[in-house]
Design a protein around this ligand. Structure first.
Ligand code: MG
Length: 173
């Protein structure tokens, strides 16, 4: 049967993922696989990319698989400084092996600083490329916290992600 574009396929599963990391490290700020200009980056075992971490948990969750911490423990030195794009690659390979393909993703980034309105298109393009999806199947939103809590004080950035999956082959027995 000929493959159809993912955005035309029905969604069979939905998953949600969230993540938060503190800011303050002398490293680039990585969001959705791209470096965003800012005075500091994430304090984290890996590159701290909250967008990809939330997305990976949404994808694993939709497939009914264990979470990102079970797959890539922060106690494991192999993941020290890890590029989260490669973690997403492992996640997508596991989903494919389990018979799932990604239909769409919807991401909300919670950040007071930096302001993300100017970089949302680049993050969207990065996610579409990493996921092999058309841009129409990828949404990236940004919200501030009105100056409240740690995110509102610019001390952290968080992300909430939702992902839809469809079966691309029969479930393994
Ligand atoms: Mg994380």
């Amino acid at each position: 049967m000929a493959a159809r574009p993912p955005d035309l396929l029905p969604i069979h599963r939905v998953g949600i993922g969230t993540d938060l990391h503190r800011l303050g490290a002398a490293r680039p700020l990585r969001l959705g696989g791209i470096d965003v200009p800012h005075e500091s980056g994430f304090v984290a075992h890996s590159d701290g990319d909250v967008v990809l971490h939330a997305l990976i948990d949404a994808l694993f969750g939709a497939a009914g698989l264990p979470d990102i911490g079970d797959h890539f423990p922060d106690s494991d030195s192999r993941y020290a400084g890890a590029d989260s794009r490669s973690l997403l690659g492992h996640c997508l390979a596991e989903l494919c092996a389990a018979g799932w393909q990604v239909v769409n993703v919807d991401v909300t980034i919670e950040a007071e600083r930096p302001r993300l309105s100017g970089v949302k298109p680049a993050i969207r393009a990065s996610l579409a490329e990493l996921l092999g999806l058309p841009a129409s199947a990828v949404a990236v939103k940004a919200k501030s916290r009105e100056g409240l809590d740690a995110i509102g004080r610019g001390e952290a950035i968080a992300c909430v992600a939702v992902a839809g999956l469809n079966r691309c082959k029969e479930e393994p027995r």
